[in-house]
Design a protein around this ligand. Structure first.
Ligand SMILES: NC(=O)c1ccc[n+]([C@@H]2O[C@H](COP(=O)([O-])OP(=O)(O)OC[C@H]3O[C@@H](n4cnc5c(N)ncnc54)[C@H](O)[C@@H]3O)[C@@H](O)[C@H]2O)c1
Ligand SMILES: O=C(O)C(=O)C[C@]1(C(=O)O)C=C[C@@H](O)C=C1
Length: 303
């Protein structure tokens, strides 16, 4: 038996459209309804045939759903939840795919009656692209999906959402929302902040013309430019909604950077060598953990 039969996705960009495609492939009998508040995005999702129906209002999109998923930027989730609250069937489960969890859980719980049916989710999979054309069905395969239900969530609903993501090929993990935000601050949010910074710094350096930066950008810098091309709205929201965790991680990072700066200044080769050896070991452990393989390959085909 399928965990859900009628799924509504609000926001039909990269993640919403990937979710629609993955559901089509893996649970073809599910009735899919989409809604995007940007009329051009909604029209494109319709043209691509990603949904059975594209609704013309948020309320209309959920009135028959048994699962509603917010796939909009994290700061938009509260308002979107308020928009659907009156039309939501009492037994519908409510979820999301936001990259930050504590504030999103709070925003959904404030707008929607019945905390037992709120099961937030974060598929830890994505690319730097956005919009419905950027999505692809395999995005979630062999990737983690972290669920962060509050204490009042009904265990049966948590199990249904877990089963939903397992059917899309993800590995599901449960985590407390605040803990999720601490972990993702270091594994995802800080790396994006560093990429935005380094690409910005390179463009600002006066004696290296931007054409030389582009011309000679190989290896490391090129990888940073991919991350730094990520959606500005999405990432503005992530940093503002995960402020505390990002700032405390950033504090630690700047202290570590200062240590490296000092080692370079005082020719402390041993310090540099030991640090780089440790980080190489970390890379090996990441590869051994096995979650480094699937999405980058799918993504690369589309970059
Ligand atoms: N991009 C990634 O790598 C990634 C990975 C995992 C999770 N996420 C999360 O997924 C969510 C969506 O990100 P995305 O990359 O798909 O962004 P996207 O820009 O591709 O799509 C977001 C869509 O939401 C629509 N939207 C905004 N407000 C809305 C509202 N109130 N009602 C209906 N539609 C609305 C926008 O018009 C846009 O089409 C974000 O919360 C993000 O944090 C992103
Ligand atoms: O691979 C990328 O481009 C991503 O940025 C994906 C990534 C990540 O940092 O791993 C970005 C944000 C999401 O919340 C989850 C995944």
């Amino acid at each position: 038996m399928l965990p859900f039969e009628r799924v509504t996705i609000l926001g039909t960009g990269l993640i919403g459209s990937s979710l629609a495609r993955a559901i089509r492939n893996r649970m073809p009998t599910v009735r899919l309804t989409g809604y995007d508040r940007d009329a051009a995005v909604a029209a494109r999702a319709d043209e691509l045939g990603l949904f059975d129906d594209m609704a013309d209002s948020a309320g209309a999109s959920v009135c028959d759903a048994d699962l509603v998923v917010f796939a909009v930027p994290v700061r938009a989730i509260g308002a979107a939840a308020e928009e659907i609250a009156a039309d939501l069937p009492r037994d519908a489960v409510v979820s999301d795919v936001g990259s930050v969890k504590a504030s999103v859980l709070k925003a959904m719980a404030a707008a929607i009656e019945g905390p037992d049916r709120i099961v937030p989710a974060h598929p830890v999979a994505g690319t730097e692209r956005s919009g419905p054309d950027a999505g692809f069905a395999e995005l979630f395969e062999n990737r983690w999906c972290i669920l962060t239900p509050g204490a009042e969530a009904d265990a049966r609903n948590v199990e249904r959402v877990s089963e939903f993501w397992r059917r899309l090929g993800s590995e599901v993990e449960l985590m407390e929302a605040g803990h999720h935000d601490m972990v993702l601050a270091i594994t995802s949010h800080l790396p994006h902040l560093i990429a935005y910074t380094i690409v910005g710094t390179a463009s600002d350096i006066e004696d290296v013309t931007s054409s030389e930066v582009i011309k000679y950008s190989a290896g490391g810098f090129r990888d940073f430019t991919r991350i730094a091309a990520s959606d500005p709205t999405m990432w503005r929201d992530v940093f503002l909604e995960n402020k505390e965790a990002v700032l405390s991680t950033l504090q630690r990072f700047t202290e570590d950077l200062t240590q490296l700066q000092r080692a370079i200044r005082w020719d402390d080769g041993d310090f540099l060598f030991d640090r780089f050896r440790e980080t190489r070991d970390t890379r090996r452990r990441v590869i051994d953990a096995g979650q480094d393989t699937a999405a980058p390959d799918f993504g690369r085909d589309r970059r």
